[in-house]
Design a protein around this ligand. Structure first.
Ligand SMILES: C[S@@+](CC[C@H](N)C(=O)[O-])C[C@H]1O[C@@H](n2cnc3c(N)ncnc32)[C@H](O)[C@@H]1O
Length: 183
């Protein structure tokens, strides 16, 4: 009898594991279909990128396609920023919220949303790590909605046509980081 219960418990655990992996994989595919796969910024790089940004306490950071929210969480913890992280991937948003709660970070929020449906007008800083095609589609929105002097940090890929706005480059492997100031 005990062997049967143990056997059933094992089957159940295995099924649960397979279902979780399948759901996670489906969400990852969804992220890619929406414009950018989930590839997190390395934590060490995140610390360096934020240190180079000269962030000011109390300012508002919006992370477009935030994944597990590590940039926003690090900025809130180390620089007392407030802000919003958005991602189309519900699974990643749940992870971001859980980690923020563990870290007792009260000045940041995470929402499941498409970048194009997000109000970005209040941002002082915008962080993105997105594929070039999605950045190209996003560019007109950034130009229309962001206020002058907003800092846009693009990790991985340059924003085409913004060379005159770029004021800093972190030339690193595997990904460089581009800093822009809007006029
Ligand atoms: C390369 S990852 C970057 C994650 C995080 N910013 C980081 O640096 O660790 C890109 C993220 O953008 C999200 N994404 C892709 N297309 C999106 C869209 N149209 N709207 C919102 N988020 C999107 C993906 O789900 C993924 O989490």
């Amino acid at each position: 009898m005990l062997t049967l219960v143990a056997y059933l418990a094992l089957i159940f655990a295995l099924l649960l594991f397979l279902i979780s992996i399948s759901i996670y994989t489906l969400f990852l595919i969804y992220s890619s279909l929406m414009g950018s796969p989930y590839v997190p910024t390395r934590q060490k790089e995140a610390e360096l990128i934020l240190a180079e940004a000269g962030l000011k306490k109390g300012k508002h950071l919006i992370e477009l396609g935030c994944g597990d929210g590590r940039i926003l969480r690090t900025a809130a913890k180390k620089y007392q920023l407030q802000g919003l992280g958005i991602d189309v991937n519900l699974f990643l948003i749940l992870i971001a919220r859980t980690k923020a709660r563990w870290q007792k970070l009260k000045t940041i929020k995470f929402q499941t949303k498409n970048i194009f449906a997000t109000d970005i007008r209040q941002a002082d800083y915008v962080y993105l790590f997105l594929m070039p095609a999605l950045i190209a589609k996003l560019k007109p929105k950034l130009e229309k909605e962001l206020k002058p002097k907003t800092i846009v940090i693009s990790h991985g890929f340059a924003i085409k046509g913004w060379k005159n706005k770029q004021y800093k480059l972190l030339d690193r492997r595997p990904f460089s980081t581009y800093y822009y100031r809007l006029t």
